[in-house]
Design a protein around this ligand. Structure first.
Ligand code: ATP
Ligand code: MG
Length: 392
């Protein structure tokens, strides 16, 4: 018996003139991911992408998980392929379905026949398949209104497919459909989640990490590269830019009032991020800030920070509690890496009493104590770029 995957895309993808583009994008990305799992063919028809293993070495389980991490895919179905006759369909139902139904109490069968030349009508296909399931698994009951699981038989162009329900996909829009964004990626819990959330809305990600060696370590940088690789499992390969803020931070600490350190640093980050974005064709900045979480994340502080950015700043975690952010971090598998205890440049010279309600004019006065432009040029010159290839 042969098992294949059917990927169903979300409603939103189907609308308008872009449909063809979205379908091509998804099929292309699925083909790309499939290459890591062996020999598969990937094609689409009737709002479904078909992924078929070509030999026994193809890793269908691995491909199943990789397809579920692809944005734009609403659901993934594992289906057994049957020949287009009732005998084969019933044999397949008998041997394939028990693994999905053993722990269920109720089911129903829905048949769909897009090939109208098939001799049986849909209700008859359903009835016969239901009969076979009941005799194989006598503990089950049919419930047509609220079944634990819906078995589907789809008689299509070249074959029939038997399956027991759809697994949730990543949802959202195909990556790239909404343009490109620059993710300010620290080693914390929030920024990888923020990147993931924007990638889900179709944003292709590039990352930027600020370090401050020797105040931050080589391990802190590696941790950020590791986090980028984990996010890339969903969003695809990405570039990670690294800029050193060591000298800029030292000057800042020497010349400015302590209560402004973090704000001044964050404005410098925004300026440098805007430069990187311009250079790399990104049209937005993305951060992991959440309202009120720390002193630099009050409305007043965010206004002061944003005044230094040339692009819209997306903060998808802004309305989320830490617990909600952690939940996503666990789901996307970044949490365990994020909690490794390495310092961040933001926490190197943290003021004891940071300004929580800063006024922009006062912040700019502080900035004037420094040759900001020269320091930014110097920092920008330290830019290094790493290519993080997604491992699906
Ligand atoms: P996170 O958990 O993402 O580190 P946080 O709650 O620790 O966030 P901050 O340290 O104030 O908050 O940082 C807020 C946001 O600024 C981060 O989510 C990230 O987008 C960005 N940021 C902070 N530090 C850095 C850094 N060293 N490099 C790049 N971006 C950073
Ligand atoms: Mg942080």
């Amino acid at each position: 018996m042969k098992e294949i995957l059917l990927c169903k895309y979300g409603e939103i993808v189907l609308k308008g003139a872009n449909r063809r583009y979205f379908e091509d994008t998804l099929a292309k990305e699925l083909r790309h991911r499939a290459a890591s799992f062996g020999s598969f063919t990937v094609r689409y028809a009737q709002s479904t992408v078909y992924i078929e293993p070509q030999d026994e070495y193809a890793d269908l389980d691995g491909m199943f998980e990789a397809a579920r991490r692809l944005f734009g895919v609403a659901g993934v179905v594992r289906a057994a392929v049957a020949e287009k006759n009732m005998e084969s369909i019933l044999d397949t139902a008998r041997s394939y379905l028990p693994q999905f139904l053993a722990d269920k109490k109720t089911f129903k069968v829905e048949a769909k026949r897009s090939d109208k030349a098939f001799p049986l009508a849909s209700p008859e296909i359903s009835r016969e398949t239901g009969g076979v399931i009941l005799s194989a698994l006598p503990h089950l009951r049919v419930d047509v209104h609220n079944p634990d699981v819906t078995v589907r038989v789809e008689v299509r162009e070249t074959a029939a497919y038997v399956h027991a329900g759809q697994f949730k996909g990543a949802g959202g829009l195909p990556v790239g459909a909404s343009g490109k964004g620059l993710l300010l990626l620290s080693g914390g819990i929030d920024s990888p989640v923020a990147g993931w959330m924007m990638a889900k809305r179709g944003v292709k990600l590039e990352a930027l990490y600020f370090e401050s060696i020797p105040y931050t370590s080589e391990q802190a940088r590696q941790k950020v590269l590791d986090l980028a690789a984990l996010v890339a499992r969903w969003s695809g390969s990405m570039q990670v830019n690294v800029i050193s803020l060591t000298h800029l931070q030292e000057e800042l600490v020497k010349h400015c009032d302590e209560e402004y350190f973090t704000l001044l640093l964050r404005r410098c980050m925004m300026r440098l991020a805007s430069r990187v974005a311009a250079m790399r064709g990104c049209e937005s900045l993305i951060t992991g800030e959440s309202l009120g979480q720390v002193a630099s994340q009050t409305m007043q502080a965010l206004n002061v920070t944003d005044a230094a950015a040339d692009y819209v700043v997306f903060r998808p975690c802004i309305g989320m509690d830490k617990e909600e952010i952690v939940q996503i971090a666990r789901m996307i598998d970044t949490f365990e890496t994020s909690i490794l205890p390495y310092e961040d440049c933001c926490t190197v010279f943290t003021p004891k009493h940071p300004k929580t309600r800063p006024v922009l004019e006062k912040v700019m006065e502080q900035e004037q104590k420094l040759p900001v432009d020269a320091l930014l040029d110097e920092a920008f010159a330290t830019l290094e770029t790493f290519y993080i290839r997604a491992k699906f």
